[in-house]
Design a protein around this ligand. Structure first.
Ligand SMILES: Cc1ncc(COP(=O)(O)O)c(C=O)c1O
Length: 378
């Protein structure tokens, strides 16, 4: 019999329905109710985070960060090419020039040793993306930001419960954006969080998240006028989503335990299979404690990657490639006078293959997938 293994399936903890039903009984559906407060407190206490806001998505959190930077036309933001479009879009929307950096040879994260030549007087920020919850080299990136006086916005979309040495990802830049999209370790369908580590921005963040108004100080009775005071948008998470997220956060440790076991099961089965002539396994820098957000292999060619995708699909297993490098996207290339060449990003774009990984899977499922990979290759 054919076994069907979806690439992703939301893991439900069992409490989502009752928490959402409870949120519906409250008088605060727009957010800012008990469930929002619970999630914020849980995340800030658990990780020692400073000032955290729940948002409608990671994209919304990145757009808020971009607004906070007060970017002017011609300002530059350094971004890895191997990332999701939102990382770049958020800053491009504010008129910034996106300067793409290459990935490291060993993993899809930005190659910290290639950043300095990309810095100019107009560089206002860098946005490291911790791919698969594996930390970027944040010491090198923070040193460059200090030396050249620009901000660091961590794209921590994949990075809940992942660490750089013993520091949680998200806590290392001036700001960070997390995702709770349904493909992430914990979810509420669509959702995110903006973490502020630089207090400089606290007041303006409230204004931006309140659609450009002074709603917060008005509600606190500090002004008698409720007015438009700056740029802003509609980025706050609704209370029903926060209720769903709470159910997931309560089970975060359990979910992480399952995911780590599955990730390790893939890693050891594929190591034992000795398939290095076909692909390489994830390379984890010594400073990174990852969170089993993604399990990937990097195939030796695109043809081999595509053969694995179709071979697995024929047996009911959904696997997936990941980002198409943004420097060679139709939108970006059309704006360039000469093509940008970033060989490592291109290699990951062509050769990276993600295997199914979600907390609904069992070790038997992993065994089935790895055995099938061995069969397809032999
Ligand atoms: C690196 C990265 N940044 C940002 C996002 C956008 O996240 P969201 O869907 O929560 O807006 C994604 C989406 O998967 C992502 O992979």
């Amino acid at each position: 019999m054919l076994m069907h293994i979806p690439f992703n399936k939301v893991y439900l903890t069992g409490k989502e329905e009752s928490y959402v039903a409870n949120a519906l009984k409250g008088d605060k559906l727009t957010g800012g109710g008990n469930h929002t407060a619970w999630c914020k407190e849980n995340l800030t206490k658990r990780y020692g985070f400073d000032n955290l806001h729940l948002t409608t998505s990671c994209t919304a959190a990145l757009e808020t960060a971009a607004l906070l930077l007060n970017l002017q036309a011609g300002d530059e933001v350094i971004i890895p090419s191997y990332t999701f479009v939102s990382t770049a879009n958020a800053f491009a929307l504010r008129g910034a020039k996106i300067v793409f950096a290459d990935s490291a040879a060993a993993n899809p994260n930005i190659d910290a040793d290639t950043i300095e030549p990309l810095i100019s007087k107009r560089t206002k920020a860098i946005v490291p993306v911790h791919y698969g919850g594996v930390a970027c080299d944040m010491n090198k990136i923070s040193d460059l930001a200090k030396k050249h006086n620009f901000m660091v916005v961590e794209d921590a979309a994949h990075s809940i419960d992942a660490y750089f040495y013993n520091r949680p990802l998200g806590s290392l830049g001036d700001m960070a954006a997390f995702s709770f999209h349904e493909t992430k370790n914990i979810t509420c369908g669509e959702g995110g969080a903006l973490l502020m580590n630089n207090r400089l921005f606290n007041e303006r963040t409230e204004i931006i998240l309140d659609k450009g108004t002074n709603r917060k100080i008005f509600a606190e009775g500090k002004t008698d006028k409720y007015e438009w005071v700056g740029l802003g948008s509609s980025y706050r998470m609704a209370e029903t989503s926060a209720a769903f997220l709470r159910a997931q956060l309560e089970e975060l440790d359990g979910i992480q335990k399952i995911r780590m076991e599955l990730w390790n099961a893939y890693y050891s089965a594929l190591t034992d299979a000795g398939l290095q002539e076909f692909f390489s396994l994830p390379v984890l820098p010594h400073y990174a404690k990852h969170n089993a957000s993604v399990f990937y292999v990097v195939c030796n060619s695109r043809a081999l990657r595509d053969k694995l995708i179709s071979g697995l699909a024929a047996k009911g297993i959904a696997s997936a490639f990941h980002y198409q490098p943004l420097h060679s996207s139709p939108f970006y290339s059309a704006m360039q006078q000469k093509p940008v060449v970033l060989p490592n990003s291109e290699k990951f774009g062509n050769c990276l293959l993600r295997l199914p990984l979600h907390a609904n899977l069992s070790k038997d499922n992993i065994h089935y997938v790895t055995e099938l990979i061995i069969k397809i290759l032999n």
